[in-house]
Design a binder for this molecule. Structure first.
Ligand code: HEM
Length: 415
């Protein structure tokens, strides 16, 4: 079902890895294989008005960058889209683009809300939600799995944690869909800028109603917590609510949709899941490795450093390609095989080091709930049309996956 044209390694110097259209419309697996083998740390020359940047494609080198918090910063942005265009406006306030002591202090506050102990409380609710979405999709007949199922799972979970009123949720989903990626190849930059600002304003209004300490959701946690006796600034509050929304919604959606596509493209693995021949938590890891919703992470060099024999200078932009590292044959046996029983599976889907994904446990719970629901409630998955990719150089995923979910006779949904 993957019918995207494969780009030949001969074209490496002509392609633009910061171009959203490239990732949506072409298969880069040969390019990554070639880079890992022959040019693992590669200087991507400037294109049009954009500066050049380093491309790190091997797992071991990616780990060196993620571990090197003294030599690399996120404060100039954590993806090429921001690093190459003058930085991230949330730098120094939002966790993902803040380093040093302030990062550790804000992260410590949020870790309380995202710990397995806290999140296990929502496990059953998640299962009920996922089952309901699957049953509704089954009853609909032809459905768009990306919209009808995946679109609602992470959004529902994160909105519950932030206690976002139900009537605002659909609007927020539309905004987050436009903040980091687009359904169109030529979406104007203003679309994403406007969406980001609307989300920030929404949280600014919401936070003012949560400072009274009478609620126990994550917005209230941020609004009422103190660091060295001081509340978080308004900018920190807004940026971190935004960060949770954007970090927790779209990535999870793409893992869930991509997971279904992988099961359709690998009928032996679907059969193994159906027969109960896979361990669910092991299967979740393979869905994460395979779908890698974050294509790359970005850093700016803060002190001279060499990786893979190449010398980086202070101020250089560095991109670490999860889409390549997760398929590195030095680390993963038979990396191009989707294998739900793969173990060990130390993928970099949630990155590594000080910025390791705060929501990893929640994301894992969501994917497990979906795999479990599919296994119990769905007998078969029929493709009804081509999958449509999103357009992004930051994220990888599908905006549409038309299918029919055939019901498992006699199965009942969790309630
Ligand atoms: C950080 C991926 C789900 C919140 C990250 C990073 C990656 C990532 C790669 C590191 C970025 C970097 O190193 O520059 C994913 C994927 C997810 C997912 C693939 C789903 C499959 C979530 C969820 C939440 C979340 C559910 C919260 C509700 C965050 C936050 C950070 C982060 C706040 C910044 C952490 C820090 O800088 O200390 N995520 N994420 N993510 N993620 Fe996730």
């Amino acid at each position: 079902m993957n019918t995207r044209p494969v780009i030949s390694p001969d074209d490496i110097d002509a392609i633009d890895l910061a171009d959203a259209r490239l990732h949506a419309e072409y298969d880069l697996s040969e390019v990554w294989r070639h880079l890992r083998a022959h040019r693992p740390v590669y200087w991507h020359t400037p294109r049009e008005s954009r500066p050049g940047f380093w491309v790190v494609s091997r797992y071991a080198d990616a780990m060196t960058v993620y571990r090197g918090k003294d030599r690399f910063t996120t404060e100039g942005g954590n993806a090429l889209a921001t690093i190459l265009t003058g930085g991230d406006s949330a730098s120094g306030t939002m966790l993902a683009v803040t380093d040093g002591q302030r990062h550790a202090q804000i992260r410590n506050i949020l870790m309380r809300a995202f710990s397995p102990r806290m999140l296990d409380e929502i496990k059953q609710a998640l299962k009920v939600t996922v089952d309901r979405l699957l049953v509704e999709a089954i009853e609909k007949g032809p459905c768009d799995y990306a919209h009808d199922v995946s679109g609602n799972v992470p959004l529902g979970a994160i909105c519950d944690l932030l206690a976002i009123p139900r009537e605002d949720r659909r609007h927020l989903l539309d905004l987050t869909s436009h903040a980091w990626s687009s359904d169109y190849a030529d979406a104007p930059y203003e679309d994403s800028w406007t969406a980001k600002n609307e989300i920030l304003l929404y949280f600014s209004d919401l936070a003012t109603t949560r400072r009274d300490g009478k609620h126990d959701d994550v917005v209230s946690l941020l609004a009422s917590s103190r660091i060295d006796g001081e509340h978080l600034t308004d900018a920190e509050l807004m940026a971190n609510c935004y960060g949770l929304m954007i970090g927790g919604d779209e990535t999870g959606r793409h893992a869930i949709t991509g997971g279904l596509l992988a099961l359709m493209e690998n009928p032996d693995q679907w059969a193994a899941l159906k027969k109960g021949e896979v361990d669910m938590s092991t299967a979740v890891e393979e869905v994460l490795r395979w779908t890698h919703p974050s294509l790359h992470g970005g850093r700016t060099v803060t002190g001279d450093v060499s990786i893979g024999g190449e010398r980086f200078a202070t101020g250089d932009a560095v991109s670490v390609w999860i889409s390549s590292a997760n398929f590195d044959g030095e680390v993963f046996a038979d990396p191009d095989r989707f294998d739900l029983n793969r173990s060990p599976n130390k993928h970099l889907t949630f990155a590594f080091g000080s910025h390791f994904c705060l929501g990893h446990y929640l994301a894992r719970l969501e994917i497990e709930a979906v795999l479990d629901g599919l296994q119990r409630l769905v007998a078969d998955i029929e493709p009804l049309g081509p999958a449509q990719p999103i357009y992004s150089s930051i994220l990888s995923g599908l905006q549409s996956l038309p299918v029919r979910l055939v019901p498992e006779p006699g199965a009942t949904a969790a309630s």
